[in-house]
Design a protein around this ligand. Structure first.
Ligand code: PGA
Length: 260
């Protein structure tokens, strides 16, 4: 991140956790802790049923709202699905697409993820494309090929410039929810690969695109990850459910603004 003018971004992915009471308690503690942090963008992605209530909490603070998923369709007979325009209507700025739990547990393939990315853009949202390899793929030396294929599927549908108006989150599957985080060097190596691949398509898009790291980011390892040159912040699962931990992680992403 050093020397770049990409504003760091830290997103909390609450996954399928929380209740009205616990969400209120979390936000009541979190908001004053992160209010002074103005050189980092912060977003929270609660489960769908809580979007409106969380939006009310975020009304007067500089924290954005995100959703964890959306339908690839825009409307119609799709029982149980939620469209991008509905999320936009509820004040979401971001939407996650292709989270590994969606890919693994809900059989979302690269093509489906690309359609969701396009649907998010179409609705005026900022899609956050999650990419990453499994442990077996890493052990077979396939990390770069897997990540590149995941990016390529989106570029094929929407083009490189549209991909880069979104956000990319590199989340090695073996590090998600396991407590086993990638080392800063391991993460940076993949982030550098992603940025170089983007640059091979469009250098300006590569320079401006924020690439987040996700996978067991905690209060005590965030800074070492976020100070890597191609890591522009984080997508935080478990640790985003604890106000103090999440605030510490947000603080670790703060940067001095770069003068032009
Ligand atoms: P984790 O989850 O921080 O709990 O590993 C990250 C994610 O799934 O986005």
């Amino acid at each position: 991140m050093t020397g770049s003018n990409r504003k760091p971004l830290v997103m909390g992915n609450w996954k399928m956790n929380g209740s009205s009471a616990t969400n209120a308690a979390l936000l009541r503690t979190l908001l004053p802790l992160v209010a002074p942090l103005d050189t980092v963008e912060i977003a929270i992605c609660p489960p769908f049923p809580y979007l409106t209530t969380v939006a009310d909490w975020l009304d007067d603070v500089a924290i954005s709202l995100g959703a964890q998923n959306l339908s690839a369709e825009s409307s119609g007979a799709h029982t149980g699905e939620v469209s991008g325009s509905m999320l936009h209507d509820l004040c979401c700025r971001f939407v996650l697409v292709g989270h590994s739990e969606r890919r693994a547990l809900h059989a979302e393939d690269d093509e489906q993820v690309a359609k969701k990315f396009a649907a998010g853009l179409q609705a005026g949202l900022v899609p956050v494309l999650c990419v990453g390899e499994t442990l077996e793929q890493r052990q077979r030396g396939e990390t770069q090929a897997i990540v590149t294929a995941q990016l390529q599927a989106v570029v094929k549908l929407v083009g490189i410039q549209n991909l880069a108006t979104g956000v990319i989150a590199y989340e090695p599957v073996w590090a998600i929810g396991t407590g086993e985080t990638a080392t800063p060097d391991q993460a940076q190596a993949v982030h550098r690969h992603i940025r170089q691949w983007l640059a091979s398509q469009d250098p300006a898009a590569a320079a401006g695109c924020r690439i987040l790291y996700g996978g067991s980011v905690k209060a005590d390892n965030a800074e070492a990850l976020f100070t890597q040159p191609d890591i522009d912040g984080g997508l935080i699962g478990g640790a985003s459910l604890d106000a103090t931990s999440f605030a510490t992680i947000c603080r670790a992403a703060q940067r001095e603004p770069v003068c032009p």
